[in-house]
Structure formats: C-alpha cells, structure tokens
Write a protein that binds this ligand. Structure first.
Ligand code: TRP
Length: 337
C-alpha cells in the first residue's frame, strides 16, 4: 500500500492578512485540499506567535480571524483538519523531545532567527531560538509527508528533515518520514505596492503598501490606482521587467489573480501604459478579493461558529497526534505507568 500523503502547513495568527497571505498560502491550501490526493492538516500556530511579544486579546482575535480567512479562501473544514496549535498539547510535547535531538549548531545556522533577533540577540526569547524545533514537531506529530511553504521557510523544513532523520537513527526506529517541501512559484511572492523590492507585509507602516484581505472594494481599487509604477509601457517579454520591480510586481499580481503566467499577461498588455493596466488590475483584484473579504468579515464576527470549527478540528488533530506521541515516548524510554 502506498504510504499516506499527508499535508501539514501552518500560518501564524496575525491581524491584517494580506493579498500575499492569500496568494502565497491560503489559496494554495484550498487547491491542494480540493485535489483530494492528500489528507490535509492546517494549523493556526499561536504557540509560534508568542516567540515575540503579543497582546493576549489581539492574539485570540487574530487566531479566529486567520481561521476565518482560511475558510473564506476555500479551505473546507469538513474536508481537512483545521485547528489552532495550542489546543493540541502534543505539539509542545514533541517539541520538547526535539529540543533534545536538535543541536545548538543546527539552530545557530537559521537565518530567520538572525534576522528576527537582530542586533539584540541576548534579549531574544529562547522560544524564538528553538522555534524551528516546534515547527518540526507540528509536522511530525502527524507524520506529515508534504509541507507547502513559502521560500522563507525552506531552511526550517530542512531542519525538520534533519531532526526526523536524527531521531530515527538515535532510536533505531523508522518512526518519522522525511517531510518534503512544496514550494510555490515565484508568482506568489507579492511585493509592496510602494516598493517593488520589498515583500508586501502587514507590519509595513503604510497601509497603502498592501491589500488587506478585509479591504473594501473601493479601498482595493484606490490602493492599486495609487501603486508606485514607472512611466514606461509594459514590455513584450518578462525580460523587460527585470529592472522594473514595481511593474513586475503588478504583472505578477495580475497573473496570479487570473491564473495566468506573467508571459500571458504581457501578451495581452504589451505596449500599454499603467493608465490602461491599473484599472484592469483593480477590477480583477476587486472581483477576486472582494467576496473573500466579505465572507471573512462575516465569519470573524461569528465567534461561536469559528470556535466550534477549531474545537472539532482540534479534537480530530489530537486523535491523530496521540498515537504518534505514544510511539515516540515508547522509543525514548519514558515509563508509561
Ligand atoms: N514557521 C511558519 C511561518 O512563519 C509557520 C509554521 C509553523 C509552519 N509550523 C509550521 C509552516 C509547520 C509549515 C509547517 O510561516
């Protein structure tokens, strides 16, 4: 029998989900799930969030909002396991074991820690340092085999593979699969509307730099109209976008939203200026994101519904993770009196 193909992915609970989250994560998850060739487990990773300071009330809200955003994007909670991480204690249990498998040297190489800790490393939390061990535990508590992630998580996923392999060989058991990354294409790297060289980010001070998933149609259109561009018409080929980060970003967004390649978009718009292109892009963005934002706001307001989904997803997750933890505890030599 072929081994189970099991997808695990996680997203941090943060307010202001953007078009980048939609195109880079949520839409892909909904599509993978719809393919029906994988079992899908999707997690709002609130325990990862507290590696940096959080406001408790905002964290709770953001957890619901992200779950609502996923459902609004087409993730079907009847057809996957959707839950928040802290509800399932098995993640933290396995993470502790992995803290005792992973080596300081491995974690010292993580570039994201260096970026996030910045200059004041002494003051970073220990949690931020061991965050990749928790991420490995997220995946491996379910023996996840496939992990859709953005480029920035590739190194963490490699660490998860190293941990899985090290655990298996330390205890001479074949407990964990080596999870494989499923990196989505560059088209899903959505950049700031104000600076095409920077990632679209919820933490950017200017709200004009991003499209939030909950933006009203008029706001979406306005942000696109005001997006930074250059005076040149669109080129014939993508080579012509190489030195034009803002143009490349808008063409990329158009391509992603319309499920085309950038080449196909240029075939349609080559020779036209942004005066013609932007209204088309605005219409497209409004038609795709408008209904998702409306649904997301409706769901976020219905806390009873969202909490019910997360609770039943969490219960299913626990049923899946429990036997894996037992297997691990047995291998490690923990007495189960
Ligand atoms: N670290 C991921 C991020 O910041 C989120 C995450 C946590 C995750 N656990 C995971 C992603 C497990 C994939 C699998 O984007």
């Amino acid at each position: 029998m072929a081994p189970t193909r099991r997808i695990f992915s996680g997203i941090q609970p943060s307010g202001n989900l953007t078009l980048g989250n939609y195109l880079g994560a949520m839409r892909n998850w909904a599509r993978l799930q719809a393919e029906q060739s994988y079992e899908c487990i999707f997690c709002v990773v609130d325990q990862h969030a507290i590696t940096v300071p959080q406001n408790p009330a905002e964290l709770r809200n953001a957890t619901r909002e992200v779950a609502a955003g996923m459902i609004a994007s087409g993730v079907d909670p009847d057809d996957c396991v959707l839950f928040n991480q802290s509800y399932v204690p098995e993640h933290a249990q396995l993470a502790w074991v992995f803290n005792c498998v992973a080596r300081m040297g491995w974690l010292n190489r993580m570039t994201q820690f260096k970026e996030k800790a910045g200059k004041d490393r002494e003051n970073a939390t220990v949690g931020l340092f061991v965050y990749p061990n928790l991420m490995a535990a997220d995946i491996l508590a379910y023996k996840g085999t496939h992990v859709p992630v953005g480029d920035d998580q590739k190194q963490h996923l490699e660490l998860a593979r190293d941990i899985a392999q090290a655990f298996n060989s330390m205890f001479e058991k074949d407990i964990f699969p080596l999870p494989e990354p499923q990196i989505f294409g560059a088209a899903t790297r959505v950049m700031s509307l104000r600076d095409g060289t920077r990632k679209m980010s919820k933490s950017e001070p200017s709200d004009m730099s991003r499209i939030n998933m909950t933006d009203e149609a008029e706001v979406i259109a306005q942000k696109i109209r005001k997006a930074k561009t250059d005076p040149e018409p669109l080129p014939e080929t993508t080579d012509g976008l190489a030195e034009r980060p803002e143009a490349r970003n808008l063409v990329g967004i158009y391509a992603a939203l319309s499920d085309q390649t950038p080449e196909q978009v240029l075939a349609e718009f080559a020779g036209q200026g942004f005066g013609a292109f932007k209204p088309k892009l605005a219409d497209l963005a409004v038609s795709v994101m408008g209904p998702i934002g409306t649904e997301m706001k409706r769901l976020s307001a219905d806390t009873t519904y969202v909490d019910g989904i997360l609770r039943s997803g969490g219960d299913r997750a626990r049923d899946l993770a429990r036997p894996v933890i037992e297997e691990v505890y047995d291998a490690v030599g923990f007495l189960r009196p």
